[in-house]
Design a protein around this ligand. Structure first.
Ligand SMILES: Nc1ncnc2c1ncn2[C@@H]1O[C@H](COP(=O)(O)OP(=O)(O)O)[C@@H](O)[C@H]1O
Ligand SMILES: [Mg+2]
Ligand SMILES: [Zn+2]
Length: 558
């Protein structure tokens, strides 16, 4: 016999077996008991939470030979409905191509009586996918269905359903199934299947399922296919490419230690073995949220993923503001995942930013210049300092990425921006020089400029400066030093326009007017920015960042 998936084998056959959704079960049972049966129902809610299941249960309760409300599961009607072969219980998948034809057929056939049962039950799944034509055909029938016909419409996207349909249905909103309800149902399945399991493995599946009962059962299926009849936490971790809580805590400790070498080693290892990076990111977020709440409440009961002893130990080493900074970085990272093709570099940079919150501990080698300097400028040491080992919690204001305090004097002769004029006559700043600009960046200047960003709006319709103002306004400031502004633009085409030689003058004028600071403006794409941040962090981690120095801009023709 072909293998039947657990979630199909364990579709509830009575109302009592339904996990969660108790408000719905109760209302429907009541309606059946009092004979107040509606002619059209709408079951809305997330996938795998019991909509189709409930529809079939209702169909059985209407047709069971033992009477309305019964689900004996051994009369002809119950058996046929369970098998999906009952001639009066018709399932239609509106997402499939023949949706319209099927609806037309229903409309034609509703007038005929039932074949085997008392009620004809039409279950229309993913009803929001129905074409307008099919919807209209259905609407007519919904208006005045014959008394032996019941429609059950199911959807994950109720907002896409026409109000005219909604108003004719009794609506039930299915919710995600709670962890406790999923656990209870899983335990029943595990026992029936004679599976030896440990609770932490079950908990892990529950947390992955995120309220979806079908997902929980499918994942269980996947693990058992791999491990036979024993359910172990390490198998779940392995199959879904997850890191254990212990590993995540070790990573966090290294971050708090500022141990960039260890963090990088771990990150490389995750990437090599194909860890689910998105999941890891959201797990870290959950842990930091736990930690922040614990630090402010000291209540164990609020802890989700983080064990109490670890929460206590970690909370001694950080300040609220630091944890909030970590959370912000990870939230930004999750946003970035949505716009890049390869998330690994974004994750790497995020981890390095997390370390930066605590300061890099070991920068052993003396920083050295790496860029081809034409006229070397007198410089001061860059100030990412080794952390004093014992100084925990770390209360020293640490520079964060891109905001390394540049202790440079003005008017120091430094680098010259080379011109790489392509066919399009565009400025192109090589990476080495970008790194120098990043090192020399000043947080205060960027803050001032960000504060004045809205000034740009006033110039967007300006005949001469409008284009430059829009370029800036649609971008955001990445790095700013005394006379240089690096912006990150969402579109590659904007980057190209911004870096065209002909645009520079307008850009400098607009910075002068809007920010009261005339600056050389250079644009990068998001992927350039990620690449540069990574390069910066790599150099930093090996102590090879160049020293901060003033950069003198000399453009062709000036
Ligand atoms: N509330 C629930 N209680 C018990 N099992 C459920 C529940 N929701 C889903 N399942 C399981 O998942 C499978 C698919 O559920 P289904 O009712 O088709 O979900 P939906 O129609 O909401 O996407 C069922 O066969 C059953 O095994
Ligand atoms: Mg369904
Ligand atoms: Zn029956």
């Amino acid at each position: 016999m072909a293998y039947k998936a657990l979630y199909r084998t364990y579709r509830p056959t009575t109302f009592e077996e339904v996990a969660g959704q108790q408000h719905i079960v109760k209302t429907i049972k009541n309606a059946l008991a009092t004979g107040k049966i509606a002619h059209a129902y709408l079951f809305a809610g997330p996938r795998g939470t019991g909509k189709t299941t409930m529809a079939k249960l209702l169909a059985k309760a209407l047709n069971c030979e033992e009477g309305i409300g019964c689900q004996c599961n051994h009369c002809d009607n119950c058996i046929a409905i369970n098998k999906g072969t009952h001639p009066d219980v018709i399932e239609i998948d509106a997402a499939s191509n023949n949706g319209v034809d099927q609806v037309r057929e229903i409309v034609d056939r509703v007038k005929y009586g039932t074949i085997l049962g008392k009620y004809k039950v039409y279950i229309i799944d993913e009803v929001h996918m129905m074409s307008p034509g099919a919807f209209n055909a259905l609407l007519k029938t919904l208006e005045e269905p014959p008394s032996h016909v019941i429609f059950i419409l199911a959807t994950t996207e109720p907002h896409k359903i026409l109000p005219t349909i909604l108003s004719r249905c009794q609506r039930y909103d299915f919710s995600k199934v709670s962890d406790a309800d999923i656990r209870e149902r899983l335990q029943i399945v595990l026992e029936k299947e004679n599976i030896v399991y440990n609770a932490s493995a079950v908990d892990l599946i529950i947390s992955l399922a995120d309220g979806g009962m079908r997902d929980a059962l499918s994942m269980l299926d996947q693990v058992l296919a791999y491990s036979g009849d024993v359910l172990k936490e390490e198998d779940v971790l392995e199959i879904f490419s997850l890191e254990s809580i212990e590993e995540k805590i070790e990573l966090i400790k290294s971050i708090f230690d500022g141990d960039i070498a260890d963090v990088l080693k771990r990150v490389n290892n995750y990437i090599d073995k194909g860890t689910d990076i998105k999941r890891l990111t959201s797990d870290l977020l959950d842990i930091f949220k736990d930690l922040l709440i614990f630090m402010n409440t000291r209540k164990e009961s609020f802890l989700g993923k983080l064990p109490t002893t670890e929460a206590m130990a970690l909370s001694k080493r950080v300040r609220d503001s630091q944890v909030m900074e970590l959370i912000d970085i990870l939230l930004d990272t999750q946003r970035d995942y949505k716009v890049v093709q390869n998330i690994n570099p974004v994750f790497e940079v995020a981890m390095l930013k997390l370390v930066m919150v605590f300061g890099i501990k070991q920068v052993q080698e003396r920083p050295v210049d790496i860029e081809p300097v034409i006229k070397p400028a007198p410089v001061r040491e860059q100030t990412v300092e080794p952390l004093v080992e014992e100084a925990k919690p770390n209360v020293v204001e640490q520079p964060s990425l891109f905001d390394a305090p540049a202790e440079v004097n003005n008017h120091v002769q430094g680098l010259i921006i080379p011109k790489h004029l392509t066919g399009e006559e565009m400025y192109e700043v090589p990476d080495d020089l970008m790194i120098n600009i990043m090192v020399s960046a000043k947080k205060e200047i960027k803050n001032v400029i960000s504060g004045k960003w809205d000034n740009l709006k006033r110039y967007i319709v300006h005949p001469q400066l409008g284009k430059a103002a829009s370029i800036l306004f649609d971008s955001h400031p990445l790095v700013a030093s005394n006379n240089i502004l690096i912006i990150e633009c969402p579109l590659k085409s904007t980057v190209e326009t911004a870096n065209m030689k002909g645009t520079q003058e307008a850009l400098q004028n607009i910075t002068k007017i809007a920010f009261e600071n005339q600056m050389f403006v250079y644009a990068v794409t998001r992927s350039d920015s990620v690449r540069l941040q990574k390069k910066y962090m790599d150099l930093l981690s090996i102590g090879k960042l160049p020293k901060a120095k003033d950069i003198v801009i000399e453009l062709e023709g000036e």
